[in-house]
Design a protein around this ligand. Structure first.
Ligand code: ATP
Ligand code: MG
Length: 573
């Protein structure tokens, strides 16, 4: 492509709402432009990178035996009512009516549509298993669209759904997709990790998120450097405290109520009473579909609601409003404690080790000190209910766990019979008995993968594309377009690279060399050929975007050399 005929408009300044580096660089490099919040134009350069990711995804999904389909973006409400999600999905689901007053939504995900497609075609176990995928636009009315393509409202996703006659076959396909995702992100040239994620009702280890490792990521990953156990923060298990192993010299003192005027938060209480936060027993009232529950966690930890939900086996839970807290505890928010409460209390393991702790006294402006679990209050269960923290010991091997950040680019999940039962997607098994299909679903955010790649690969001058997803592979930079010999050489190399199928930009703009060098770095094309005064010696400068050094190469050798190097980098293991 000739830069002079391109649609690349680089920017020096970007709007203030572009907070993260990938968003800023995609705007600056002219890859995307905002049309509305979370809705973007994808310009030619951006689209080339997206298509690269799509092609890798498509090749690997096909290799894995999946079949490509294309489902509609506009979905009739009936299907979502059948699955039961129409009423529970919330505002991310954009609903609307057509001219006949029929209800529709824009698809944020396609379990309903695919289940409907498959139930209409499949009758017998002989037609299973199936894995169908699409690469298509999704719409989710995200509450806070941000970070450009990373969290858009309209975005491109590869979503796949598999259907099975037996559990073990669904488990085999789960592993097949896990391996396929590993190949996909390896081929994209990304540094990533597959981490255990929340499985909800399914249980087991059948949910993994694929995280691109980047300090700027929104997701927190917990990882054991010794055994390799890794999970997202929501999921990461914490070991049970072994109270017997932590003998304490401390003797239990008599329970005492003390005045704590307007002292509510953990910080306030610990500084007012001069005790460290690990002495505090944080008391949280939750409303759930199974009634109200009190959860306890040590003051220096955070409660993990996903764990609480799993422990209680409830469908939903929310932190209680002021009114409920008053009704349950008899005190305003900030003074709740477990002593004397008449409702179900569950406590995190960390509470087991508290001696002479502090809790609210269920009375405004008062706390108890010298509180001892079991002596002063009973709980219905101790369980793992807290968020993991840096330095926690690994639940698998006891090693030390660390926290790091990542960007979720893919998710594999075993769905089980949730949709097939609700929507009656059945088949006849080998004995002629009707059964519901077992399903799995597998998603990859295409735009988010491109953004994550930039988040992981950039410097102060711009993007540094991994070769496999670079919009172009080579950037030819003639330093002075007015010099005939320079342009002649540049054009000759350009023609030969194009003949060899190498994706090349020739910067034929009549611009100062400095401007071109800056743009070349900003666009992040992996190889740059600088055509300048060295042509007198029959040489040009070859430089990789990620290295400081350039090499001088004979002009005639450049195309062959680059072809070999690019092939090497794209080699599939
Ligand atoms: P998140 O927790 O980040 O909101 P999710 O759990 O809702 O993501 P899934 O429903 O598992 O996401 O969707 C599959 C993939 O689609 C994600 O792994 C991610 O790469 C991508 N994705 C999800 N939401 C968005 C979005 N708003 N913008 C861009 N990509 C997205
Ligand atoms: Mg997810």
């Amino acid at each position: 492509m000739r830069y002079s005929g391109s649609f690349i408009h680089t920017l020096k300044e970007v709007p203030a709402d572009a907070e993260v580096i990938s968003h800023r660089l995609m705007l600056r490099a002219g890859m995307i432009r905002k049309v509305a919040a979370g809705v973007y134009d994808i310009l030619p350069l951006g689209l080339r990178a997206l298509r690269k990711v799509e092609n890798i995804v498509r090749e690997e999904m096909n290799r894995a035996g999946a079949l490509e389909v294309l489902m509609p973006l506009v979905i009739p409400a009936e299907l979502w009512k059948e699955s039961g999600r129409w009423d529970v999905y919330g505002k991310e689901l954009l609903r609307f009516k057509d001219r006949h007053e029929r209800e529709f939504c824009l698809g944020p995900t396609h379990e309903e549509v695919i289940t409907d497609m498959v139930r209409r075609e499949v009758r017998s176990y002989r037609q299973l298993p199936l894995n169908l995928y699409q690469i298509q636009i999704k719409f989710r009315d995200e509450i806070r669209p941000r970070f450009g393509l990373m969290r858009g409202r309209e975005f491109i996703m590869k979503d796949a759904y598999s259907f099975h006659a037996a559990e073990d076959d669904a488990d085999r396909e789960y592993q097949n997709m896990y391996d396929t995702y590993t190949r996909i992100f390896e081929r994209c040239g990304l540094d990533f990790k597959a981490v255990e994620a929340e499985t909800g009702a399914i249980g087991g280890r059948f949910s993994h998120e694929f995280m691109v490792l980047a300090d700027t990521g929104e997701d927190v990953i917990v990882n054991c450097s010794e055994c390799g156990y890794s999970a997202n923060l929501e999921r990461a298990e914490c070991k049970e405290l072994n109270v017997a192993d932590m003998p304490s010299e401390e003797v239990m003192l008599p329970l005492k109520k003390v005045g704590t005027p307007d002292v509510k938060s953990v910080e306030e209480v610990s500084s007012f009473l001069k005790v460290s936060p690990d002495k505090l027993i944080k008391t949280l009232v939750y409303e759930t579909d199974g009634g109200e529950v009190v959860a306890l966690v040590r003051g220096d930890f955070e409660l993990n609601e996903a764990k609480l939900k799993r422990h209680l086996g409830c469908e939903w839970l929310v932190l209680a409003e002021e009114d409920t807290v008053r009704r349950v505890t008899g005190a305003p928010v900030g003074f709740a404690g477990p002593i004397g409460l008449k409702i179900r209390i569950v406590a995190d393991y960390s509470i087991q080790g508290v001696i002479n702790g502090v809790t609210g006294a269920n009375e405004g402006d008062h706390h108890y000190i010298n509180v001892n679990p079991e002596r002063d209050f009973k709980v219905s269960a101790f369980a793992d209910l807290r968020m993991a923290v840096d330095g926690d010991s690994c639940p698998r091997c006891g090693g030390s766990m660390g926290l790091s950040r990542g960007i979720e680019v893919g998710h594999v999940f075993k769905l089980g019979r949730k949709y097939s039962e609700a929507m009656k997607a059945c088949f006849l098994d080998d004995s002629g008995k009707e059964q519901s299909m077992i399903m799995g679903c597998y998603g990859i955010g295409v735009g988010r993968t491109v953004a994550a790649a930039i988040e992981q690969n950039h410097d102060e001058n711009g993007i540094i594309w991994p070769v496999p997803i670079a919009p172009y592979q080579v950037y030819i930079l003639p330093v002075n377009c007015k010099k005939a010999d320079i342009m002649e050489t540049a054009e000759r190399i350009y023609a030969e690279l194009v003949d060899r199928g190498i994706e090349t930009i020739i910067d034929d703009r009549d611009e100062r060399a400095g401007v071109k060098f800056n743009d070349a770095d900003l666009l992040g094309v992996p190889w740059r050929i600088t055509v300048g005064s060295k042509i007198k010696e029959g040489k040009v400068e070859l430089k990789r975007r990620d290295s400081a050094e350039a090499e001088l190469v004979e002009t005639d050798r450049v195309p062959g050399l680059l072809q070999d190097r690019i092939r090497e980098e794209l080699k599939v293991s």
